[in-house]
Design a protein around this ligand. Structure first.
Ligand code: PA5
Length: 356
């Protein structure tokens, strides 16, 4: 099948904010709206009691927790864990802050983990657009941060991440970070001038990246710290938006296993396209590992390789710059395959079957 022309007029047409390209375009405004929401929301908990933080959620609602965990790694005095299960780890108790995140408010694993948190007397904050989670948390007297609905959960990264970040900032568990958020919003607005559908392929890195990934199996490499979870975000966005297999791994761990596996079978290795996400915050030894791996160890491998660097100064801007590029690239990859990036019928089917 011939790939769709990414500079075709139908892609250039105005996008509704609820479709995937429209939602991606609107991420900076979404972040600003989430800031305003948090400035007027009194979602409070007793920070002096908090010894651990657990964010519980799945899929598009877990990514904000992943980003919070990695962003806060060198800033927050207490550990943050992201839980993707029906139950919580055994250490969760009264001294744990549990942030239950479900965009729909109806995800069964998250509702079950919420009930577990409640049974153990944890401090709870719910982040949701509605559904059962909102109703239960209200009835139980827990704090609820209600974000606007109408999007796919994975397209609501701003609505789901900013409240968690600001919740911890407002409680003094993270340093004040208004300037970082402002830098991030400004950067994403600049980036979209070149990444949005109206920007032609020759100057559009997201379209160019989608073309590199077309007909290939994407393998996204990040590094411990800021880019690990963004590599995973790329993988899941490619899965859900472009409906194609994709995999992710991270440095330095991949240096201890995955790099051995690029010899056979040749016909499959040729189908791989490695995208390595880098940022200026990488540990210098990790950066050296990336250079040696890409330039020497995998130089003779028959797969493709591309390195993409984060933009911006702050940790937040660097994370979101790579997330934004990946979101656009995955939506363009869908377009190349002639697919609509918005619906996720298999996920919905599974949820319906489980509810029978
Ligand atoms: O992208 C998706 O639609 C999924 O990954 C959902 O986010 C996931 O199934 C959880 O649903 P929710 O985000 O509504 O809790």
């Amino acid at each position: 099948m011939e790939p769709f022309n990414l500079d075709d007029d139908t892609l250039l047409a105005a996008h509704d904010p609820s479709d995937m390209l429209g939602a991606i375009y609107g991420l900076p405004e979404q972040m600003e709206e989430a800031v305003r929401l948090m400035e007027h929301t009194g979602a409070k908990f007793d920070a002096s009691l908090v010894q651990t933080i657990v964010v519980t959620g799945l899929g598009g609602s877990a990514v904000g927790g992943d980003m919070l965990r990695t962003y806060a790694g060198d800033k927050c005095p207490v550990p943050i864990l992201v839980n993707r299960s029906y139950t919580l780890p055994s250490y969760v108790g009264k001294d744990t802050l549990v942030i239950a995140v479900s965009y729909s408010g109806n995800t069964e694993e998250t509702l079950s983990a919420y009930a577990d948190a409640k049974a153990r007397g944890a401090q709870i904050v719910a982040v949701t657009s509605g559904g059962i989670l909102k109703k239960q948390a209200w009835e139980d007297g827990h704090a609820v941060i209600t974000v606007p609905g109408g999007l796919q959960p994975r397209a609501a990264a701003g609505y789901l991440f900013i409240p968690q970040l600001m919740l911890l900032q407002q409680a003094g568990l993270l340093p004040e970070g208004h300037a970082e958020i402002e830098e991030t919003v400004r950067l994403l607005r600049e980036m979209r001038k070149l990444l949005a559908p109206a920007s032609p392929t020759e100057q559009n890195l997201a379209k160019q990246t989608a073309l590199r990934l077309y007909g290939k199996i994407p393998l996204i490499h990040g590094a411990v710290g800021l880019t690990e979870v963004i590599a995973y975000r790329w993988k899941t966005q490619i899965n859900e938006n472009a409906q194609t297999p994709a995999f992710a791994h991270c440095y330095p761990e991949l240096n201890h296993n995955e790099i051995v596996g690029f010899d056979v079978p040749q016909e499959l290795i040729e189908k791989l396209e490695i995208i390595t996400l880098t940022c200026s915050r990488n540990h210098p030894r990790v950066q050296k590992r990336i250079e040696i791996t890409a330039g020497e160890v995998l130089a003779a491998a028959s797969c493709g390789q591309t390195e993409l660097a984060a933009l911006g100064e702050s940790d937040l801007a660097q994370m979101f710059s790579l997330l934004y590029l990946g979101d656009y690239a995955s939506a363009y990859l869908a377009a190349l395959y002639g697919l609509d990036p918005t619906p996720v019928e298999k996920i919905e089917y599974l949820k319906r079957r489980l509810a029978d």
